[in-house]
Design a protein around this ligand. Structure first.
Ligand SMILES: Nc1ncnc2c1ncn2[C@@H]1O[C@H](COP(=O)(O)OP(=O)(O)OP(=O)(O)O)[C@@H](O)[C@H]1O
Length: 294
């Protein structure tokens, strides 16, 4: 549904997006990650035909969005730090948008319920908190059941409970076939929601894959084991254990290859009491390594 091929964006001589290709299909949640200034919003703005690329090709539903604006009637967008008219109420903003998008009016009531804003719907935007503005912006993007939902840092200002609601809402949309493209700096949230991560640094795509693949690539295969002292003896003699450190009953083990099952079996069969055994999924550390390696 979104195809970008070799997109480059330059400002003067400065390349802010370099030969960037990405294909996203329906029913997928894709997150763009990367440091401030990496090029994430630039890509989003090119997809939305708000800025022209210096080179490359972009297609939405098989059409060029710069030539055929009709594609945007099937797309919802939540911009970074939404700027809604302060003198209108949340409900008025949504009704206005429903009118422009040709969405049903009763969708507004439905969405106000979904975003937990029924009680505050008739207050002016100027009296809203940051999170409330964000909620209205999300509802606005969802009017008319878009097939593509694009969100630039949607988690800003959102409290943990609403975050949970957003996550379950996005999962529901995904199941019904919606394509969701978002940018985020909230790595823990990304880990929970994204099917595919795209890591951009200085305009270049550095990584594309699942959270697990990102962690494997930049941290290696590490397991954290809680076990008694006998674990040391076993860890010392296994050739696929590259290194480990012990902190009391906790062992941080790096494996040369993915032999997690063998390791657990080996420990248990040798009478080691294992309390817990899990893959180290520290996305922050993996991200930090990925970005600092560049
Ligand atoms: N109109 C402009 N003129 C010149 N440079 C620009 C312009 N817009 C953006 N840039 C530059 O392009 C680069 C990429 O910016 P972009 O907003 O895409 O980053 P980002 O990854 O979204 O960052 P953040 O995480 O801070 O939102 C930055 O270095 C920015 O300064």
């Amino acid at each position: 549904m979104i195809v970008s091929e070799g997109i480059t964006k330059k400002y003067g001589n400065r390349v802010v997006l370099n030969n960037f290709s990405l294909t996203i299909t329906r029913g997928e949640i894709v997150t763009l990650l990367g440091p401030n200034g990496a090029g994430k919003t630039t890509f989003v703005r090119i997809v939305l035909a708000l800025i022209r690329p210096s080179g490359g090709k972009i297609e939405i539903f098989g059409k060029d969005p710069f030539k055929d604006k009709s594609v945007f009637s099937r797309l919802g967008y939540v911009q970074e730090l939404p700027n809604l008219p302060p003198f209108l109420t949340g409900r008025q903003v949504l009704l206005l948008s429903a009118n422009i998008k040709g969405a049903r009016k009763d969708e507004v009531d439905e969405l106000l319920g979904v975003i937990g804003m029924v009680e505050n719907a008739d207050k002016q935007i100027s009296k809203y908190s940051k999170g409330m503005v964000q909620r209205i912006a999300i509802a606005e993007a969802l009017l008319g059941n878009p097939e593509i939902l694009i969100m630039d840092e949607p988690n800003i200002g959102i409290d943990p409970i609403f975050n949970l609601n957003v996550r379950s809402l996005l999962n529901k949309l995904k199941k019904s076939g919606t394509l969701i493209l978002m940018t985020s700096h909230d790595l823990e949230e990304v880990k929970k929601i994204a099917d595919r991560l795209i890591l951009i640094n200085k305009g270049n795509k550095m990584f594309e894959g699942s959270t697990e693949e990102l962690i494997k690539k930049f941290l290696g295969i590490r397991v954290i084991i809680e076990a008694d002292n006998n674990a040391k003896e076993i860890l010392d003699k296994l050739s696929y254990v590259e290194e480990y450190t012990a902190d009391g009953e906790k062992y941080y083990v790096k494996l040369r290859e993915d032999k997690r099952e063998d390791l657990l079996k080996e420990l248990v069969l040798n009478g080691v009491r294992v309390k817990s055994f899990y893959l180290d999924n520290d996305i922050e550390r993996a991200y930090e390594r990925a970005v600092s390696n560049a």
